[in-house]
Design a protein around this ligand. Sequence first.
Ligand code: LMR
Length: 398
Amino acid sequence: WFGHVETAAKDPILGVTEAFLADPSPDKVNVGVGAYRDDNGKPVVLQCVREAERRIAGNMNMEYLPMGGSVNMIEESLRLAYGEDSEFIKDKRIAAVQTLSGTGACRLFADFQKRFLPDSHIYIPTPTWANHHNIWRDAQVPQRTFAYYHPESRGLDFAGLMNDIKNAPDGSFFLLHACAHNPTGVDPSEEQWREISYQFKVKNHFPFFDMAYQGFASGDPERDAKAIRIFLGNGHQIGCAQSYAKNMGLYGQRAGCLSILCDDEMQAVAVKSQLQQIARPMYSNPPVHGAVIVSTILGDPALKSLWLKEVKVMADRIIGMRNSLKESLEKLGSPLSWEHITNQIGMFCYSGMTPEQVDRLTNEFHIYMTRNGRISMAGVTTGNVTYLANAIHEVTKS
Ligand code: LMR
C-alpha cells in the first residue's frame, strides 16, 4: 500500500532541533528553534504558570471543552489583543475560537478563507516564518508575496512594501506579523504602521495579523499590540492569530486564539459557528490544560502582573545577549558591521549569513541554526556567546 511513499524533506526549523539532539558533541549550541532558554540554556517554566498550575491542581475536571474552546480563555485573549476596554468586545463583534497555538489559528483562518472566499489569495511577506507557506498551501489558498526585508540595510523595505500593497488587487488578504517579525526581527515603526494601515484602507485589503510574539518585541504585551490597535482605530476589520507558546512559555500546551472582527454581532455568531464546523472534523475541540493556565493567569490581577514582569525578564535577557554577541564580534576584529544584531528586535537576529556559512557553523562548530541565517537569540547565553561569536567570525571573515 505505501511502497510509493518517500521520506519527507526535513522541516527547515524543527529539523534543526532533530539534528542538534542527534549530535553527541559537548560543544553543541542550538540557536535554531525560537524557544526561550534561561542563561544556563535550560527551558523555562514561568513562575506565574507554576502558580496557576498549583491553583488548578485537583480543581479541574478533564471534560471536553466546547468546539470553540474555553470561553474564559478566549475572553482574556481578546482583551490582550484588542484592548481591555475594546468597544468591539463590548459589542460582541469578534468571532473567536481557541486554537492549537498560533499554527492552529493560522490554519483555521486559511481554511475559513478557502471555504468562504474561494477565489482569494494570501499575500505573504518575503521572508516569513517557513510554516506560513505550508499552512496556506495545505489550505489550498494561492500565495503571492510582498516585499518586506531589505538585505542591504538589514532593515525594512518600506518603499517596496508600500508598492506591493498599492499594486495588489483591491480587497486582497495580507498576512502581517503584528510584532517581532519572524525571521527578520524587523518591524515597521509606529508611523510606518499608520501609513500601511492608511493604504490598506484605500485598497480595502484585509489584514490578518499573526501575533506569535506579543511581549517579545518591547517587553510589554500592551505596546506590542500597537499595530493591531492602529488598524482597529482606522476602522479595519481584522483577523488575528494569538499564541501563548513564547510569551507564557506554553510551547507544548498548544494554547492560542483565532479572532475575526466582524460587522456586527450576528455576523460574528455566524463566523464563529463556521470556524467550529471546520475544527470539528480536524480535532473536535482544543486541549483544556493550557487554556485553563492562560485564563487563570490573565484573569487574576496579581498573576497577570507577575506574568508581565516575567515577559520583560525574558525580553531583557535577549536584548542583553544581542549586545554581548555584537560586542564579542567587534572585539574579535570582525570587519563586518553587526549593528543589525542590536537594531533588530524580538527573538531572532537575521544575521545575513549565507546557507553555506551556516553549514560551516554546523559542520565545524556544532552550532545549529536555520539555513536562512536566522539566529534564535533566545538560545544565546553568557556561557556560549563567545564560542558563537568566534565561530561566526571564522566563517564570515574571508
Ligand atoms: C520558530 O520559528 O522557530 C518557532 O515559531 C517554532 C516553530 O514552530 O517553527
